[in-house]
Design a protein around this ligand. Structure first.
Ligand code: ATP
Length: 884
């Protein structure tokens, strides 16, 4: 038997212990500095070791041999060791007999009260929740903490501390809780971790995580330290648990009679935590020790011999030393024999120092371990009396002062940032991204200064960019409006063509001078824009130069890395502003184009209906030719399908290019203004700056020639829609109104109605659209001025023709009247002779009426057409502009 019974009895007997030493004055243990820094500010509190008892279930052997249960749990704090058995009363002749079994040993029936008692049904989770869970809070408050499991071999210490796969013990659970609580506090505190795991085997200290041979214990002012013990830094719970598992594997274990997995060493797993408060910079160094002691053993019970016997002797020796320390501490004896074993030296802190300690006493309920259980319970009962003086391990006040300085600096920076943010917010610029704010938090005054400069310059750059783009946008809108005005004028002119003899009033009424006035106004506006643009551009170039200087400065001071995010954010702010400007411009241009399209569509519809009326009239009057009928049908057909026609040789690229030129702003050019030129304003062709008299219509022109037989109608090869109607009539009538020699009904359409061979050429030639100068069809045969009215349009190829005034149009209505006159003339006069003057006056009246009618369809006048007519406009893009 290894255990010296007398020693044990002495160790565990309170009555005897009292004789050996005197009580410590002051009652409490001497403060220990171990585990904390030299300069410790402590919130000291007296506390007792928390003692918990756990009763394991009967093992197989105990059940097989039918051992009695010697522990009775009364409640979660109280148990009775060796309780009285329920006796069956013995009756002799009807009288109950006492003291029948004289040989039976008297039961001890010892009642123990502990902080917590767990019965054999309790799981590791229950034990964890009732023992160490709350300890983590104390640890993070700055108190050192220890948990150790004590008990005889096979009593369940390792089961409680480490558990097994699928049922982890309290060490695992406590560590998991530690990390869970740390995660919750990461916002306000910084944590650093270190872990060590050692065992005391045969009175030798060994590192379980880093096998290097026996280590020596040393004591200094900071307490007991293990020289050479490796403290491994960890970052998360997983690392910690894997190190714990690794150490467990290295731990010395051997099977004994009492326990198949008997731990033959004391294991000490320690976690060191450095806690730094982000608020006040306070630093705490704390330590949590989880200790799985080897079990006290009786050689008879373990059946050990040789090496195992020696192990057992050493285990008992260290446990005896532990018992002595506990007794002395419990009794307030001054001298504590920590130095008697390595175990007690290591546990000095946990037992009598600055530590909150939990002792878990594991016991077997079986009568087979009667002695061990009894000793353990007495041991635990003694431990209850130990009082420790716990303190928060906080670094000195000296450090706090420096921390406060740091804090004040940080708060100054924060204030600066908030000021900047407020300014930015007030100026309407976008709020800074959170990641940038985070970066700015570690700014120096130099960075703050650069930051301010950057914000100022980028702010200017942004507003100048916006100004330039807004000017460019206004200019392009003006340009488009000029083009539309000109196109409108050309259309107008084609209808009300100023023939010789047209009065100035008539010319004004046609809108030409009004359009010219508008053009002049637009031109002046564009000049203003150009001047403004020049001045803003110069400012922008200057800002760019200043910005480049600041960035150079930043680079030379090696601050670029710190300000890179800021520069990126400001650059993208400027880009975003440019893009939104572009978007706004595109919206404006699109709306302008839509208005124009609507207007053109309205006109086309009105013209179509007018044409229809004339067609009907002519048909009614019998003056319509087959050719005209055919052309009219073609016109109707084309109007139906005009939207889908896209001729392969039509220069759409050019149109698209023009479209983009007016739609797009110089967004990219503004990225690097110093490398490029000022956005160019669109230039109008100098020839086009004044409204020119447009060439005669070329697309849909109908020439009526009086006195020409119908057989003379010859469509010209180059003509688009050239119908020549030659009507035999009185030459005098026609001479009297010789301005009617030309007729033209132009619909400004971009389609051809005659020979399909001619379509391609006409459609591909964009100049052939409105106000075209290119050759339209040659006209009908000329007739002698004497007997015919030459109504052919002098339309020739090229420019020659454009300079000539086209002949005024003789409308269908006029023709109908003329036809009627002709018919009247052929008929014998009924109510008097045919009067030439009369017919002249009638014709003039008709023309005047016509002119007024045409004026009312001026494109700049509000159309009074029904809404339905204004819908579904065909897109018509002006293409007479000149790209810049
Ligand atoms: N509460 C319990 N519930 C179930 N089984 C238990 C319990 N406590 C202990 N055991 C079982 O009893 C056996 C011995 O337990 P354990 O190894 O933990 O004892 P020990 O006190 O560590 O012994 P030693 O000091 O020899 O290492 C193990 O097989 C263990 O699984």
């Amino acid at each position: 038997m290894v255990f010296n019974r007398r020693d044990l009895t002495k160790a565990f007997s309170p009555t005897k212990v009292k004789k050996f030493g005197k009580r410590r004055s002051g009652g409490g243990p001497k403060p220990s500095t171990s585990g904390s820094t030299a300069a410790v500010r402590s919130d000291t509190a007296q506390t007792s070791i928390r003692v918990i008892v756990r009763v394991r279930p009967h093992n197989e052997k105990e059940m097989q041999e039918n051992y009695k249960t010697v522990v009775k749990i009364l409640d979660d704090q109280m148990l009775i060791f060796d309780p009285k058995e329920e006796q069956n009363p013995f009756f002799y002749r009807g009288i109950q007999q006492k003291g029948r079994d004289l040989l039976k040993k008297q039961n001890k029936e010892l009642q123990f009260v502990f902080d917590r008692v767990f019965d054999m049904t309790a799981s590791n989770v229950d034990v964890y929740e009732g023992s160490t869970k709350d300890l983590i809070t104390s640890l993070l408050e700055g108190y050192n903490c220890s948990v150790f499991a004590y008990g005889a071999t096979g009593a369940g210490k390792t089961h409680t501390m480490l558990g097994k796969e699928g049922d982890p013990g309290i060490t695992y659970r406590t560590m998991a809780e530690l990390f869970a609580q740390i995660e919750l506090q990461r916002d306000s505190r910084d944590f650093n971790f270190g872990v060590s795991y050692l065992e005391i085997y045969n009175e030798n200290v060994q590192d379980l995580l880093h096998k290097v041979g026996p280590l020596h214990l040393r004591e200094d002012r900071a307490g007991v330290i293990v020289a050479g013990l490796k403290i491994i830094t960890i970052h998360n719970a997983e690392e910690l648990l894997s190190l714990l598992a690794k150490g467990n594997k290295n731990r010395t274990q051997h099977a004994t009679d009492a326990n198949q997995e008997s731990s033959r060493s004391h294991a000490v797993f320690q976690v060191y935590v450095n806690i730094t408060s982000k608020l006040d910079g306070q630093v705490k160094h704390v330590k949590l020790s989880m200790i799985d002691l080897a079990g006290s053993e009786r050689a008879s019970a373990t059946g050990c011999s040789g090496a195992r016997f020696k192990e057992g002797a050493n285990i008992n020796k260290s446990l005896l030393a532990l018992g002595n320390c506990i007794n002395n501490l419990a009794d307030g004896i001054k001298h504590i024999p920590y130095r008697d074993s390595k175990l007690t030296r290591l546990l000095k802190d946990s037992l009598g120092g600055n530590c909150q300690t939990v002792m878990i006493a594991n016991i077997s309920p079986s009568s087979a371990s009667f002695e061990d259980t009894y000793n353990t319970l007495r041991y635990a009962n003694r431990a209850k009396k130990i009082k420790t003086s716990v303190k928060k391990n906080i670094v000195s006040c000296q450090l706090h002062v420096s921390n406060y300085i740091k804090m004040v600096d940080e708060q100054k920076k924060e204030l600066e940032i908030l000021k900047q943010k407020l300014l930015a917010y007030e100026s309407g610029s976008l709020p800074m991204a959170p990641q940038n704010i985070a970066k700015i938090e570690d700014q120096t005054p130099e960075i703050i200064e650069m930051n301010t400069k950057l914000e100022e310059l980028y702010g200017k750059k942004k507003s100048l960019n916006e100004k330039i783009l807004s000017l460019e946008s206004s200019d392009k809108i003006l340009y488009c409006r000029i083009l539309y005005k000109k196109a409108a004028d050309t259309r107008l002119h084609n209808l009300s063509a100023a023939f010789e003899g047209t009065t100035q009033d008539e010319k004004n009424a046609s809108g030409k001078s009004r359009v010219n006035k508008s053009l002049q106004y637009f031109k002046r506006q564009r000049e203003g824009i150009k001047a403004q643009m020049k001045s803003v551009w110069e400012d922008l170039c200057q800002v760019e130069i200043n910005l480049a200087d600041v960035i150079l400065d930043i680079k030379s001071k090696n601050l670029y890395d710190k300000l890179e995010d800021k520069i990126d954010a400001l650059t993208s702010e400027v880009e975003t502003a440019r893009m939104s400007q572009q978007f706004e411009h595109a919206k404006k241009i699109s709306s302008l184009q839509q208005c124009e399209m609507k207007s053109v569509s309205t006109m086309v519809k009105m013209m179509s209906s007018t044409l229809q009326n004339y067609y009907n009239m002519m048909q009614g009057g019998g003056t319509i030719t087959d050719k005209m009928k055919q052309e009219f049908k073609q016109l109707v057909k084309s109007l139906e399908g005009i939207r889908n026609i896209k001729w392969s040789d039509l220069n759409m690229d050019k149109q698209e290019e023009d479209f983009y030129i007016t739609t797009c702003l110089s967004v990219q050019e503004l990225e690097n203004p110093r490398d490029g030129n000022m956005p160019q304003l669109l230039e109008l062709d100098p020839d086009e700056e004044e409204v020119q008299t447009p060439s005669p219509p070329d697309l849909l022109s109908t020439t009526y020639s009086y006195n020409t037989p119908q057989k003379n109608i010859e469509p010209e090869a180059d003509g688009v829609l050239n119908a020549t109607v030659t009507i035999s009539t009185d030459p005098v009538v026609l001479q009297d109104d010789d301005q009617t020699s030309c007729d033209s009904l132009s619909l400004n359409a971009t389609f051809s109605l005659s020979d399909p061979k001619n379509r391609k050429r006409v459609l591909s030639d964009t100049k052939n659209q409105v106000g075209s100068k290119s050759s339209p069809a040659k006209q009908a045969k000329k007739v002698s001025p004497k007997n015919k009215i030459d109504t052919s349009v002098p339309v020739q190829n090229g420019k020659e023709n454009s300079k000539e005034f086209p002949r005024p149009a003789m409308t269908a209505k006029s023709l109908a009247v003329l036809n009627k006159l002709k018919a009247d003339k052929m008929r014998p006069p009924m109510n008097g002779a045919f009067n030439k003057d009369q017919s002249d006056a009638t014709l003039k009246a008709i023309r005047e009426k016509e002119r007024r009618g045409l004026v009312s369809t001026h494109p700049y006048q509000k159309p009074t057409v029904p809404k339905s007519l204004t819908q579904r406009a065909a897109p018509v893009f002006p293409s007479i502009r000149k790209p810049w």
